[in-house]
Design a protein around this ligand. Structure first.
Ligand SMILES: C[S@@+](CC[C@H](N)C(=O)[O-])C[C@H]1O[C@@H](n2cnc3c(N)ncnc32)[C@H](O)[C@@H]1O
Length: 215
């Protein structure tokens, strides 16, 4: 099938607007916040690929009674920065940090998360690792298996991602790319999560919500 970019009218319409620009980032993060359930002292939020804590900080601002927050990232210095920032919002003893790498080997985390968030991690890291689309999917599936194991029954999963353009197509042996919306949803369902829903989308920016089954 010919790429839509070959059509001159379509090209002119989409030329500079096919992606959400950086100005949409605050809205993207805010919509994840709005899709969260009420978080309280009984909750344990796990932020995977937490970086310097942008997402967890926003959540802690809105839900200061949050019982426990665990931040995982491969980068120890980013985690320290995140902990310092978030400790301005909730008591430090409720914040735990751990270095770890999704999709590579094992990491030790309690398996009682009531909410797991991944903010701009799955798609960019899948792409940055390189290799083929098959390699990328293998990494994503290992990561989602690890995420499932952390989640308490009935708990929620949120992925804030920037996905592929809708016209992207490639076979498993071609270079890795970000996934299309339906491909990402398929992978989340394949991992065993249910009630998978897109709770926000603007062009390539999306938030996916899913639940670990109760049974
Ligand atoms: C784009 S940043 C997002 C940070 C934060 N979640 C946010 O929303 O601002 C991606 C983060 O993923 C971390 N990272 C890279 N590889 C990872 C992996 N395999 N597992 C978990 N985190 C990873 C990076 O260190 C970086 O902090």
């Amino acid at each position: 099938m010919e790429s839509p970019w070959e059509h001159p009218d379509w090209y002119d319409l989409h030329d500079v607007v096919c992606r959400a620009c950086g100005e949409r980032e605050p809205e993207h993060y805010r919509e994840l916040l709005l899709a969260l359930p009420p978080l309280d002292a009984i909750d344990h939020l796990v932020d995977l690929g937490a970086g310097t804590g942008k997402l967890s900080r926003l959540i802690a601002q809105k839900f200061p009674e949050l019982g426990r927050l665990t931040l995982l990232d491969p980068n120890e210095k980013k985690l320290q920065r995140a902990q310092t920032r978030i400790a301005e919002l909730i008591p430090r003893e409720r914040i735990h940090t751990t270095t770890g790498v999704l999709g590579e080997g094992e990491f030790r985390l309690d398996t009682n998360a009531t909410v797991v968030v991944v903010g701009s991690v799955l798609m960019p890291i899948m792409q940055q690792r390189g290799g083929t689309l098959r390699d990328g999917l293998d990494w994503l599936r290992r990561s989602l298996e690890q995420i499932m194991r952390l989640m308490a029954k009935g708990s929620c999963f949120y992925a804030l991602e920037t996905i592929s353009e809708p016209w992207a197509r490639s076979t498993l042996d071609q270079p890795v790319r970000r996934l299309l919306m339906l491909e990402l949803i398929d992978e989340v369902e394949r991992a065993g999560l249910e009630s998978v829903e897109c709770v926000y989308r603007f062009r390539d920016r999306v938030v996916i919500r899913a639940r670990r089954p109760n049974g």
